[in-house]
Design a protein. Structure first.
Length: 93
């Protein structure tokens, strides 16, 4: 089975938009068809700051699948790009 495409999500944007809409994490998760713990984990985990010693199991729990982020974006009435961190590429030397 191919790996699930993941997206670096922006936890601050997710929380800010959810609060703007007056939703609790539990209600937003319910509307998105997600477990409330999943929603809370994604709001509390900063995808831009991965410690080098994070185990593979913990890393999988902290990653956000593209489909999950699409469901979250639909509930939050935004585009998926509004909840994603920009990809950083290194310039050639």
């Amino acid at each position: 089975m191919p790996p699930i495409p993941t997206v670096k999500h922006n936890r601050r944007a997710i929380r800010r938009q959810r609060e703007l809409l007056g939703l609790t994490p539990e209600r937003a998760a319910e509307q998105a068809g997600l477990h409330p713990g999943t929603w809370r984990n994604l709001e509390n985990y900063d995808a831009s700051n991965i410690a080098p010693d994070v185990s593979a199991a913990k890393l999988r729990r902290r990653q956000c699948g593209r489909k999950t982020l699409q469901r979250m974006a639909a509930v939050l009435l935004v585009e998926i790009d509004d909840l994603s961190l920009p990809e950083i590429t290194e310039a050639a030397s």
